[in-house]
Design a protein around this ligand. Structure first.
Ligand SMILES: NC(=O)c1ccc[n+]([C@@H]2O[C@H](COP(=O)([O-])OP(=O)(O)OC[C@H]3O[C@@H](n4cnc5c(N)ncnc54)[C@H](O)[C@@H]3O)[C@@H](O)[C@H]2O)c1
Length: 246
C-alpha cells in the first residue's frame, strides 16, 4: 500500500499505460480520478477498479479548471497528478506532417502540461506537497526517424519536467517523468505505421531486453516515483525501456 490515502488524477487512464497506472495506483491504496476523452473506456475502467472518472480533453483549459474543482470538491487535496494522455502523428517525413496535425500533437502532448500547471500545481503549492509525473518517451531521448514532431513534443515534456522540478522544489512539489519504450498498447500501431510481424520485429530489435514495455511496467515505475519512497527524487526522466537508450 505504497500510495495509501493519496489522491491521484491520471489523464488517459482509460487505455494502455494510463490504465496500467490506474490499476497499480488503486492496488497500492490510492484514490484515483481517471480523466479521459474516451468516456466509455474511462467508465469501464473506473467500474472495474472502483474509482472515479471524468470526461476531459487535456488540450482544453476549461476542462482542466473543471477537473481540478471536481477533485478538490471530492478530496480536498490533490497529492498526485499523472499527465499521461498523449497522441502521435503517423510516421512520415517531417515536412509532410500537416500543420493541423502538428498543432494537435503539440497541444495534447505539450500544452496539456502547461494547462495542468495552471490549475493543479497551485493546489499542491498551497499545501506544500505533491508529485507530478509526466509520461514522456524514449522518443524524447533517442528519437526514431519519421516521428519528428512527436519526438520533439516528448523532448519538450522532458525539459518541462526538469524546469518544473527546479521551480517547484522549494514548494515541496516533486516533478518527474517516465520515458517508456514502445509498448503494446492501441497507440503502438500508429508509431509503427503498419502493424506487421516484420515491423514489430524491427522495433523489438532495438530493445536489449527483447520485449515491448507493458502497462504494468509503467504502473510500477509510476507508483515508485509518486510514492514517498521517491521523496528525494525530482527532475528525473526515468527510462522504462529495456535498455533501448543505452
Ligand atoms: N505505447 C507506446 O509505445 C508509448 C511509448 C512511449 C510513450 N508513450 C506515451 O504514453 C502515453 C500513453 O500512451 P498509450 O500507449 O497508453 O496510448 P493509448 O492510446 O492506449 O491511451 C491513451 C489514452 O489517452 C486518451 N487521450 C488521448 N488524447 C486525449 C485528450 N486530448 N484528452 C484526454 N484524453 C486523451 C485516450 O482516450 C486513451 O485513453 C502517451 O503520452 C504516449 O505518448 C507510449
Amino acid at each position: 500500500m505504497r500510495l495509501d490515502g493519496k489522491t491521484a488524477i491520471v489523464t488517459g487512464g482509460a487505455s494502455g499505460f494510463g490504465r496500467g497506472i490506474v490499476d497499480t495506483f488503486v492496488a497500492e491504496g490510492a484514490r484515483v480520478l481517471i480523466a479521459d476523452r474516451d468516456t466509455e473506456g474511462a467508465a469501464k475502467v473506473a467500474a472495474a477498479q472502483g474509482c472515479d472518472w471524468a470526461a476531459m480533453d487535456v488540450a482544453r483549459a476549461d476542462d482542466w479548471a473543471a477537473l481540478t474543482e471536481r477533485a478538490m470538491a471530492d478530496w480536498g487535496r490533490i497529492d498526485v497528478l499523472v499527465n499521461n494522455a498523449g497522441i502521435t502523428h503517423l510516421p512520415q517525413p517531417m515536412e509532410e506532417v500537416s500543420e493541423e496535425e502538428f498543432d494537435r500533437v503539440l497541444t495534447v502532448n505539450a500544452k496539456s502540461v502547461y494547462l495542468s500547471a495552471r490549475t493543479v500545481v497551485p493546489r499542491m503549492k498551497a499545501v506544500g506537497s505533491g508529485a507530478v509525473l509526466n509520461v514522456a518517451s524514449t522518443a524524447g531521448v533517442s528519437p526514431r526517424p519519421n516521428l519528428n514532431w512527436y519526438n520533439a513534443s516528448k523532448g519538450w515534456m522532458i525539459t518541462a519536467t526538469k524546469a518544473m522540478a527546479v521551480e517547484l522544489a522549494p514548494h515541496g512539489v516533486r516533478v518527474n517523468c517516465l520515458n517508456p519504450v514502445a509498448g503494446d498498447t492501441p497507440l503502438l500501431a500508429s508509431f509503427m505505421g503498419e502493424d506487421t510481424p516484420e515491423m514489430r520485429a524491427k522495433f523489438l530489435a532495438t530493445i536489449p531486453l527483447g520485449r515491448f514495455s507493458t502497462p504494468q511496467d509503467m504502473g510500477h515505475a509510476a507508483t515508485f516515483l509518486c510514492s514517498d519512497e521517491a521523496a528525494m527524487i525530482t527532475g528525473v526522466g526515468l527510462e522504462v525501456d529495456g535498455g533501448r537508450c543505452i
